[in-house]
Design a protein around this ligand. Structure first.
Ligand code: ATP
Ligand code: MG
Length: 249
């Protein structure tokens, strides 16, 4: 990585920009990913670059939901791979989930580069290249998924996902966890569990919650209660209030 002093007041945002830039150079992230990064950064600035309490509650509910799942899948795109490759591998291990590369602007070359990048960070199996399944209601290239991966998943974590695809996945009946810094985006609004937080903070925190819940021997009933008590409207409103400078959070 480059030389940014950790004491710099905008350390995390500079590091993030650098990782995305590097991702583009390595053929992992698309140029569109640079634009998505800029949008995210603006929202994070407004949120105070911190995990607000309602986001932490969403991260705990996400951990419980992933632990309850029969077949959880974590979706990885070019921004996710550039920003948190090792953290995604750790979360997958903590909750027993599959990793699947799923791209909005799909090319086999970029899928292979991302799968290799994830393997460099400790992943064993990476799905996404078979693409023998389909999300109904999307045009052909946008619809492709692995039949035994996202196609067969009951719970999917889709960070930084496009709104159309997030809605189509939810319409398929999948329990959807979205990470997105914009609480007004369709992606966040279509999720059963919207996490309004930077993926850099969100993924390690979901993993930590999952490990705590496992270590404390939480029962299925307890995990189900955590999911049931989670209030998605409050999570969206809490983030919007924080952005508008209200004090709901
Ligand atoms: P729609 O409104 O249909 O949901 P969109 O215009 O939001 O689509 P994109 O620009 O592709 O579509 O979405 C990128 C999203 O990812 C933005 O909402 C942005 O806030 C979010 N984002 C970018 N970087 C991060 C990050 N590091 N952590 C969390 N979310 C991020
Ligand atoms: Mg969006």
């Amino acid at each position: 990585d480059i030389d940014i002093p950790e004491s710099h007041p905008r350390y995390l945002s500079l590091l993030t920009r650098h990782r995305i830039e590097e991702g583009v150079e390595e053929g992992i992230t698309s140029k569109q990913g640079l634009i998505a990064e800029g949008r995210g950064e603006a929202f994070d600035y407004l949120l105070g670059e911190t995990t607000i309490p309602s986001a932490d509650a969403a991260e705990r509910a996400a951990a419980a939901q992933l632990l309850l799942a029969e077949h959880p899948v974590l979706s990885v795109n070019g921004n996710v791979a550039a920003l948190v490759p090792g953290e995604m591998v750790e979360l997958a291990a903590a909750v027993g989930a599959d990793l699947e590369v799923n791209l909005f602007n799909r090319t086999d070359e970029r899928i292979r580069a991302i799968a290799e990048h994830l393997r460099d960070h400790g992943a064993e199996e990476v799905k996404g290249l078979t693409a023998d399944g389909e999300i109904p209601g999307l045009d052909h290239e946008r619809a492709k998924v692995d039949a035994v991966g996202i196609g067969a998943a009951d719970v999917v974590l889709v960070p930084l996902e496009d709104g159309d695809r997030a809605e189509a996945l939810a319409a398929m009946g999948k329990t959807e966890i979205v990470i997105d810094l914009n609480p007004m985006s369709r992606s966040a609004r279509s999720a059963a569990i919207p996490i309004i937080d930077n993926i850099l903070r969100a993924i390690p925190n979901v993993t930590e919650h999952a490990r705590d819940l496992s270590a404390s021997g939480a029962s299925r009933e307890e995990l189900e209660r955590i999911v049931a008590e989670f209030d998605r409207e409050a999570a969206l409103e809490g983030a919007e209030a924080a952005i508008r400078g209200g004090d709901l959070d």
